[in-house]
Design a protein around this ligand. Structure first.
Ligand code: C5P
Length: 246
């Protein structure tokens, strides 16, 4: 099966408090990852200059993790501004079909929408407190799939989902609906007191069908971040080889 180069699966989140640190890491990791993710902390502090900085220093794709959720008209207008910035992907909560459709329209085919189904810090208790029907309280996974279907129906580019969900999502919505997976931990990188509890290795995630894997601290906190990214690349390539020889 044809697949893209291993490095293009890696999304590195620019989880830094200063533009300088973010820029140092873009320069360092350019050529070793396929996409940089800009999160709320840096974007609130520095705004669109972060996007320009990434473009000036790398040809990698850009994912703006804004997790938008507002009335449809506001989301559409916000997406129009994002599309003008030249961002490849933006996250929007799967809260209503109309809002997601307006987000997709606002992206004008320049910026794809990734649906956020259910944030991983939710559990049965918070789903119940949020007023959901018992079937979703008993099985929050059902809510994930309902919202993924909403994203698909709205014309979203894909969703953010855990390694555990990738296979079901791909089976339900087909190969071109992107699955972007955080919570990735290469086995050599297991951190002490890690806050990511349900982790997947890069090889597992890509093997299950994930299109992009978000890997932050295992690369950022390594003594040699480029070497860490290269190890992830090798792990993904190895997974491709063992798949094609099976
Ligand atoms: O690899 P690491 O845990 O450092 O990655 C953290 C990044 O992944 C953050 O930017 C965070 O927003 C994102 N993320 C996450 N868990 C989720 C969804 C996104 O850690 N369930």
């Amino acid at each position: 099966m044809m697949h893209k180069p291993a490095k293009d699966y890696i999304v590195f989140p620019l989880d830094f408090s200063s533009l300088k640190e973010a820029e140092d890491h873009v320069k360092l990791l350019d050529g070793s990852v396929g996409m940089f993710k800009i999160g709320l902390e840096l974007f609130i502090d520095q705004g669109p200059s972060v996007v320009r900085m990434v473009k000036e220093n790398s040809k990698a794709k850009i994912f703006l993790d804004l997790k938008l959720h507002d009335i449809s008209a506001t989301v559409k207008r916000a997406m129009g501004r994002v599309a003008n910035l030249g961002v490849d992907l933006v996250t929007v909560h799967c809260a209503s079909l109309a809002m997601l459709q307006n987000a997709v329209d606002g992206g004008q085919g320049k910026t794809g929408v990734l649906g956020v189904t259910l944030l991983t810090d939710n559990d049965a208790h918070s789903v119940k407190a949020g007023g959901f029907q018992p079937e979703y309280v008993d099985d929050p996974q059902k809510l994930v799939m309902l919202r993924a279907q909403m994203a698909k129906d709205a014309g979203c580019t894909g969703i953010v989902c855990s390694g555990r969900e990738v296979k079901t999502v791909k089976a339900a919505f087909g190969p071109s609906f992107l699955a972007v997976t955080p919570g990735i931990r290469p086995s050599w990188s297991l951190l002490e007191n890690d806050d990511q509890k349900r982790v997947t290795t890069p090889a597992q995630a890509v093997g299950l069908g994930s299109d992009f894997i978000v890997i932050g601290r295992p690369i950022r906190d390594d003594r040699d971040p480029v070497a860490a990214a290269q190890k992830v690349i090798q792990e993904i390539e190895h997974a491709f080889q063992s798949r094609s020889s099976n």
